[in-house]
Design a protein around this ligand. Structure first.
Ligand SMILES: Nc1ncnc2c1ncn2[C@@H]1O[C@H](COP(=O)(O)OP(=O)(O)OP(=O)(O)O)[C@@H](O)[C@H]1O
Ligand SMILES: [Mg+2]
Length: 271
């Protein structure tokens, strides 16, 4: 299994859209894909018409076993989506209480890692969608993944959010003593606006090749697909936005990002 996390400490930059779009394209190609909704707001969960306020069985349940994860538990929490190859481990709004509940629980930073180890042979890809808030859920996501996708909206305030995210990655790398690989993805790019063009240029100048060489264009079809509960590449395969995500996926796979299993999974990963 390849595990990619989508993260940025800034809200509304295209994290959930990136997870659904890339996961959806891979599912259409015949890959078995799992989307995990770590965000207590549950946008990904709502995308597929489940209600994070009332859902039974969610990411929250993984945290309720004193830092261990029973081997058969993750599988029981998985739901169907609008595409047969794409599955969802949904979010519950109760996840917002985890910050408080998990204080001092041993192993609480590796819950998602352990959960994915139990699903290792069931899926080819897992995408972790995150809240912008730095806390136990985001730390779990960073510990569990092999590669991080950081969507950055191409507008003037974007760079501050990116700096904060990179600072967090630096701290996590120090504590894990493990390098984390990441790709910055410029999103919602509108070539007619100065803000988009300049931000894209600045990103490439300041951060170099960790910034993807293209950008995901602004495309209203993403919102329409989300309203319909359908993955973007099924809703309309020909739109600029979907083409952008196809190109991104192609580049990520060609660069062979996130190929090595994380250490917990290699070790067998159980409880
Ligand atoms: N390339 C795009 N073009 C136009 N609209 C987009 C694009 N990407 C995402 N959107 C829309 O922008 C809004 C925010 O996107 P999304 O929910 O993916 O961001 P997010 O980073 O997950 O937000 P949050 O931090 O709230 O979880 C959504 O309505 C989505 O449909
Ligand atoms: Mg989101």
């Amino acid at each position: 299994m390849r595990i990619w996390t989508v993260a940025n400490q800034k809200g509304g930059v295209g994290k959930t859209t990136t997870a659904v779009a890339l996961g959806g394209i891979l599912a259409q190609q015949g890959k078995r894909v799992l989307l995990l909704d770590l965000d207590p707001h549950g946008s990904l969960t709502s995308y597929f018409k489940y209600d994070p306020d009332s859902i039974r069985g969610s990411v929250y349940d993984l945290f309720m076993h004193e830092g261990k994860v029973p081997a058969d538990l993750p599988r029981t929490l998985i739901r169907d989506t609008s595409h047969p190859n794409l599955k969802l481990l949904p979010a519950s709004t109760a996840q917002a209480t985890l910050e408080r509940k998990m204080v001092g629980v041993e192993g609480m930073g590796l819950i998602i890692s352990k959960s994915l180890a139990h699903l290792w042979d069931d899926f080819d890809y897992a995408f972790l969608d995150n809240t912008p808030v730095l806390g136990v859920l985001l730390i779990n996501a960073l510990a569990a993944c092999q590669h991080i996708l950081i969507p950055v909206q191409t507008e003037f305030l974007a760079l501050k959010g990116l700096e904060r995210m990179l600072h967090t990655l630096g701290m996590v790398m120090k504590s894990q003593k493990n390098p984390l690989s990441y790709t910055v993805i410029p999103t919602m790019f509108d070539r007619r606006t100065q803000a988009s063009v300049q931000t894209f240029r600045t990103l490439r100048q300041q951060y170099g090749d960790v910034v993807w060489r293209y950008a995901i264009p602004v495309d209203t079809k993403f919102r329409d697909a989300s309203r319909a509960g359908v993955i973007p590449s099924v809703y309309d395969a020909a739109t600029h936005g979907v083409r952008g995500y196809e190109k991104l996926l192609h580049d990520l796979l060609e660069a062979n990002v996130g190929f090595n299993p994380p250490p917990q999974a290699q070790a067998g990963g159980a409880a």
